[in-house]
Design a protein around this ligand. Structure first.
Ligand code: PLP
Length: 370
């Protein structure tokens, strides 16, 4: 009845777009948050078969999920709470971000316990003010890391940071701080195989700052990381289509109120079509009166209130009946609304639209890897 169609071939094609954009750099495919709502395991399997270099996830739990599925590609997890399962992570060959002395101690403990050398990436806060060592704490962190590397508990594989994407000036300042942090580490005896800073946007904007690896999330899913530029400009193909079948239609007279709160009343006799997607599926309620859908190639606005399970479309005298396909969003080159358009209607960004899709949608994968 309700379907999220995920085009895994598009995701592989988008990986190849980024490979061309960042020649010589490894690609870390960011598959956190269920691969931005696209289905983490299926996406990761496809990318694994396409020989992606790394997977990036936020939590250790997400990384363990990938390993449990049998994937052997290197994985980095970077958002830890004090109860995270570092021992299991090391046993499963998961690489961990280290952003402070507490992380470092716990990683070293896990290394002692498992007898494994922990592969870590140091995270430095160059200006986003999220996780990452402050520039002030950085020398002490590096010194402690060097000591643990000497004890062969640790192998420091990488150093990374994340841009705020506020402006080119702000991003450039972060790039400078990143280079300075790498130099400081070098002067304290620590070298990194993999420096990685840019995500989907920075990789396109600052090719001089790709270093040895780039971390690509939203672009892999075929969405633009910029609000003012479309994915098509970069040759990226949106991988997610959200669609459903009309459950019923009916003729109603003029001046009939539609859905909760009567945001609209019919102007004349018309046909109403009921679509079984609601805010329980992740369709933002505040897109009521603004978002458009496509039925049989024609656009219609959702003029009335989106409910938990459903919304109503006034199709006038058009030939629409139960069982006709309604596309909420997909690849706009096919004429259907894009996730970006829905994002604008809901006053948010395309990232939030795809990651929030869920509820009772069923997944269908195109081009699934064996
Ligand atoms: C989510 C995330 C990314 C990916 O960002 P996109 O803009 O989706 O490419 C990269 N790095 C870090 C640290 C992240 O949290």
């Amino acid at each position: 009845m309700r379907e999220l169609v995920i085009d895994l071939d598009a995701i592989e094609a988008n990986l190849n777009v980024y490979r061309k954009r960042a020649p010589g750099a490894k690609i870390m495919a960011v598959v956190k948050a269920d691969a931005y709502g696209h289905g983490m395991f299926e996406v990761a399997l496809k990318l694994d078969r396409a020989k992606v270099d790394y997977f990036g996830v936020a939590d250790v739990d997400e990384a363990l999920h990938l390993r449990e599925g049998g994937l052997e590609t290197p994985i980095l997890a970077w958002l830890h709470d004090p109860n995270d399962r570092f021992t299991e992570a090391l046993a499963a060959n998961i690489e961990l971000s280290v952003a402070n002395l507490d992380h470092l101690e716990r990683v070293a403990d896990a290394a002692r316990l498992t007898g494994k050398v922990a592969r870590v990436h140091l995270k430095v806060d160059t200006g986003l003010s999220r996780n990452g060592s402050t520039i002030e704490e950085w020398p002490a962190l590096v010194t402690a890391v060097v000591a643990l590397c000497d004890e062969q508990l640790l192998e420091c594989v990488g150093v990374f940071s994340h841009l705020s994407s506020t402006s080119e000036v702000d991003d450039r300042a972060q790039i400078v701080r990143f280079d300075e942090a790498v130099d400081t580490a070098k002067s304290l005896g620590l070298d990194f195989e993999l420096r990685h800073l840019t995500a989907s946007d920075g990789t396109l904007s600052y090719p001089d700052a790709n270093y040895e690896m780039v971390r690509i999330g939203v672009g892999l899913y075929g969405l633009s990381p910029f609000v003012d530029r479309t994915s098509a400009e970069f040759g990226l193909r949106p991988a997610m289509t959200a669609r459903a079948l009309v459950t019923q239609t009916k003729r109603v007279k003029a001046d009939v109120g539609i859905s909760y709160g009567y945001m609209v009343r019919t102007k004349a006799e018309t046909t109403l079509a009921l679509v079984p997607i609601g805010y329980a599926e992740g369709l933002p309620r505040n897109a009521s009166g603004k978002a458009e859908v496509s039925i049989k190639g024609k656009r219609y606005k959702i003029e009335s209130r989106i409910a938990m399970d459903q919304f109503v479309i006034d199709v006038g005298d058009d030939d629409v009946s139960a069982g006709d396909e309604v596309v909420l969003f997909g690849d706009s080159s096919l004429g259907v609304p894009s996730a970006d358009e829905l994002a604008v209607a809901a006053d948010t960004i395309n990232y939030e639209i795809v990651t929030r899709m869920g509820g009772r949608f069923r997944y269908t994968f195109i081009g699934a890897a064996e």
